[in-house]
Design a protein around this ligand. Sequence first.
Ligand SMILES: [Zn+2]
Length: 69
Amino acid sequence: MIEHSEGNVVMIDTDDMLVCGYCGIEEVYMEDCDCSEEVITYFDFKERIVEETMGNKDEYHRILDGGRC
Ligand SMILES: [Zn+2]
């Protein structure tokens, strides 16, 4: 994990974060999403979306931004 807490910029490596395997919402907010998907890491989620969108960057970013919930 990379964390810079000095100054105004806080950058955290989110790849280890646990998210909903369908919409990518963070695990802590999953009671708000209706999907009954497994919880996976954000890294695995991104891999999954890369395969699903097959190079469609607009669709990729739309889903990563929570476009499915
Ligand atoms: Zn979900």
